[in-house]
Design a protein around this ligand. Structure first.
Ligand code: 5AD
Ligand code: FES
Length: 329
């Protein structure tokens, strides 16, 4: 069942009530009621790429750029550990000048000092960089495919290639990273068949985590006049991914929380099982503006953790404070 894009597309477009209850039932049966946390620290908004949807694209000359020092990163990580959380995602824009050894040093320092799973999200890099960071102790890597439709991918990502992105994801898997990918829902020209093809690609590659969120137009990008992605379609994609991939970890993404209201609880009901508190230090948080009106940018770093307990309770569930590795079905 659901082992090809056509079947996944019919699932995606099936009756909403049935989809919701199948996804919720699958989540409960395979994962129970625990919600995992993945804390994000956005350590730099410097980016060389020019993705057409993204507010921190190199083309946005109006944005003030920042880069945390190793000391600032370690301070954030110590704060995360103090809150009893065992995961950190180090995320940044994608630059060719990222110092691989500097990052490896930070990974080693975190692994030496704390009981914590380290996730990286710094974009497309060489196999040797991925290997170096894995050897330094990194556990996981996030690299969204964004869309598997080759025309849309090429149109939105000048000087990048879908093939290279897929190659990076397969390198990460082969090095033993828990690998996360994901899709932007509502990109101009994207159809339900494209979204079903994305989910089929995730299924074939058996990624450990899938992040699904709406595209939100940013004023300083070429897509400023486009409509944002439809929330119902995001929820459908989350539910279909849960049904197809059963034990996969899926965040209720910050983008889902950043539309007219916060829909993250909804996403948790439609199959999501992960929340991503943001611990980027306050002066910098609002500069990581990949899309406008991003949730929590004015809250101090630790605030999200408390909020997440409320959100979990709001759906009758609880926070699981463990590392939350993917359970193999
Ligand atoms: N709307 C929603 N999500 C976005 N991202 C980047 N720009 C936008 C936008 N305008 C997402 C991408 C990227 C992640 C870090 O942020 O999916 O992988
Ligand atoms: Fe971040 Fe509420 S979830 S402050």
């Amino acid at each position: 069942m659901y082992d090809n894009a056509e079947e996944i597309e019919s699932l995606l477009l099936s009756d909403g009530h049935t989809l919701l209850s199948m996804a919720d039932e699958t989540r409960r049966r395979y994962l129970g009621d625990g919600i995992y946390l993945r804390v994000i620290v956005e350590f730099s908004n410097i980016c060389n790429r020019r993705c057409a949807y993204c507010g921190i694209s190199a083309d946005n000359s109006a944005l003030e750029r920042y880069h945390l020092t190793a000391e600032e990163i370690m301070k954030s990580v110590a704060h995360i550990a103090l809150c009893g959380i065992k995961t950190v995602v180090l995320q940044s824009g994608e630059t060719d000048s990222l110092d691989e050894d500097w990052l490896a040093g930070i990974i080693k320092d975190i692994k030496r000092s704390f009981d914590m799973a380290v996730t990286l999200s710094v974009g497309e890099k060489s196999l040797s960089a991925y290997k170096k960071w894995k050897e330094a102790g990194a556990d996981r890597y996030l690299l969204k495919i964004e869309t598997t439709n080759p025309e849309i991918y090429t149109e939105l990502h000048p000087s990048m290639s879908l093939d290279n992105r897929k190659k990076c994801l397969s390198n990460l898997k082969s090095l033993g990273y828990e690998t996360g990918s994901g899709t932007l829902i509502g990109l101009p020209g994207q159809t339900p068949a494209d979204i079903a093809a994305d989910i089929d690609y995730f299924r074939k590659n058996d990624f450990e985590m899938i992040g699904t969120g709406p595209f939100i137009p940013h004023a300083n990008t070429p897509l400023q006049k486009e409509e944002h992605g439809s929330l119902p379609m995001v929820l459908r994609a989350v539910a279909a991914t849960r049904i197809v991939m059963r034990t996969v970890n899926m965040p209720a993404t910050t983008a889902v929380g950043s539309l007219e209201k916060d829909y993250r609880e909804e996403a948790l009901k439609w199959g999501a099982n992960v929340l991503m508190p943001n611990f980027t230090p306050l002066p910098y948080k609002k500069l990581y503006e990949i899309y406008p009106d991003k949730r929590c940018v004015n809250e101090p770093a630790g605030a999200c953790a408390g909020c997440m307990e409320h959100m979990a309770a709001g759906t009758g569930r609880f926070i699981d404070w463990g590392r939350g590795n993917r359970i193999k079905a």
